[in-house]
Write a protein that binds this ligand. Structure first.
Ligand code: PMP
Ligand code: GLN
Length: 382
């Protein structure tokens, strides 16, 4: 967790958000919406405070929310986790990932992720003492390379950590790729951990939860959170579900990370999970328009755009502008253009960082006029 110069590392999100604020730049770096989620859900949290939900929640989360998570998995995917033994509420997906990796892996184990990988994966695998192995997602579609993946598995692979839809690349993995991951996990007796926080943010393609594939449920921990689906990223209410024995191990670790959190937010998220189909359909429809507005603007600015099938991130290649180092560009961009973005290479190790060194990630979960203004500023780049 040290930066290259030996100082304590600050996450790229913190660095770029601080810089954006200092420059008065439009922050398309850290992924958070600039409009809050449903007013009725915010009102439910206020009501919960008024009603006295202000002391510790149970360690595994309030029953109403565990039931709501199970109900959501049943309604959308036909999965039926037991709210008592197979579901745990966490402090965001971040804590679910931390507790899972700390509980299930340690020195001598390998944890296999795709690369680029979300930043907390590398940090948590490091803290667990396991070895981090990777398999690349390559342009232009950023789907798993199934041949490479087969070679990347070994008999030391304890966990294959999947992130689908994928941050930062915006890919939604095909059913065929996911089936291959399950097959390889079975062959190597590995546990599948799947981070599906963008499960409802897909544009015209189907999100297939790993746990729904044949043979997967008995070896899969599924992680998600309320942040993205309901546009309340600051509430930090997440969850995980999986087979009771694995979940019990993860719950044991989770007790000593936060014990529990977000008492008044838990009943509100339970209400959110039960919102009607109109709400769920609306999330993706609204975001898809934003995606297209930003993609057009970035093309007009002369960038090569990779249009994502999911998440709220668009990646661009800055090489057509003559840029070779997107990290250096990202550090100058807020001052130069009044826009902040995230360099993709920070989600990689050595070779992957080389492959992605001219890529930048922009978040499009912002008001249309903000996206248009950001694109106009970028088009003026010298
Ligand atoms: N996983 C991925 C892939 C993410 O993009 C994020 C950030 N939103 C998280 C986990 C963390 O989620 P949370 O804010 O619920 O901890
Ligand atoms: N998940 C968000 C992103 O990828 C950032 C969350 C954070 O700041 N840790 O932009």
């Amino acid at each position: 967790l040290l930066a290259a110069d030996g100082s304590l590392a600050v996450t790229i999100f913190e660095e770029m958000t601080t810089m954006a604020a200092a420059c008065g730049a439009i922050n398309l770096g850290q992924g958070f919406p600039d409009e809050d989620g449903p007013g009725s859900i915010a009102a439910a949290a206020r009501q919960a405070i008024a009603d006295g939900a202000n002391q510790y929640a149970p360690g595994k989360g309030i029953l109403a929310l565990r039931q709501a998570v199970a109900g959501h998995q049943q309604r959308f995917y036909g999965l039926a986790p037991d709210p008592d033994t197979e579901v745990v509420i966490t402090t965001g997906a971040t804590e679910a990932l931390a507790a899972t990796l700390l509980a299930l892996t340690g020195p001598g184990d390998e944890v296999l992720t795709f690369e680029p990988f979300y930043d907390s994966y590398g940090a948590m695998i490091g803290l667990s003492g396991a070895t981090h192995t990777t398999s690349p997602l390559r342009a232009p579609d950023f789907q798993p390379d199934l041949e490479h993946l087969e070679e990347a598995f070994s008999d030391r692979t304890r966990v294959v950590l999947v992130n689908n839809p994928h941050n930062p690349m915006g890919a939604v993995f095909t059913r065929q790729a996911l089936a291959r991951i399950v097959e390889l996990a079975e062959r190597h007796n590995a546990i599948i951990v799947t981070d599906e926080v963008y499960e409802h943010l897909t544009f015209g393609v189907e999100h297939v939860p790993v746990a729904t594939l044949p043979g997967a449920a008995e070896r899969t921990i599924t992680i998600s959170s309320a942040g993205k689906t309901f546009s309340f990223t600051g509430w930090k209410v997440g969850w995980l579900h999986g087979p009771a024995d694995l979940v019990a191990a993860v719950r044991t670790v989770k007790q000593f990370l936060s014990y529990s959190s977000g008492s008044p937010f838990q009943p509100a998220v339970a209400a959110a999970l039960a919102l009607d189909d109109g709400f769920y359909d609306g999330i993706a429809a609204g975001l898809r328009q934003k995606r297209d507005v930003l993609a057009d603007g970035l093309r007009r600015a002369g960038l090569e755009v990779f249009v994502p099938d999911g998440t709220y991130f668009i990646n661009v290649d800055t090489a057509p502008l003559g840029v070779t180092d997107a990290v250096a560009l990202a550090r100058r961009l807020p001052g130069l253009a009044g826009v902040a973005a995230i360099p993709v290479s920070v989600f990689c190790h050595g070779e992957g960082a080389e492959r992605t060194r001219s890529l930048l990630r922009f978040a499009f979960c912002k008001k249309t006029e903000v996206l248009e203004e950001a694109a106009a500023r970028l088009a003026k780049l010298p």
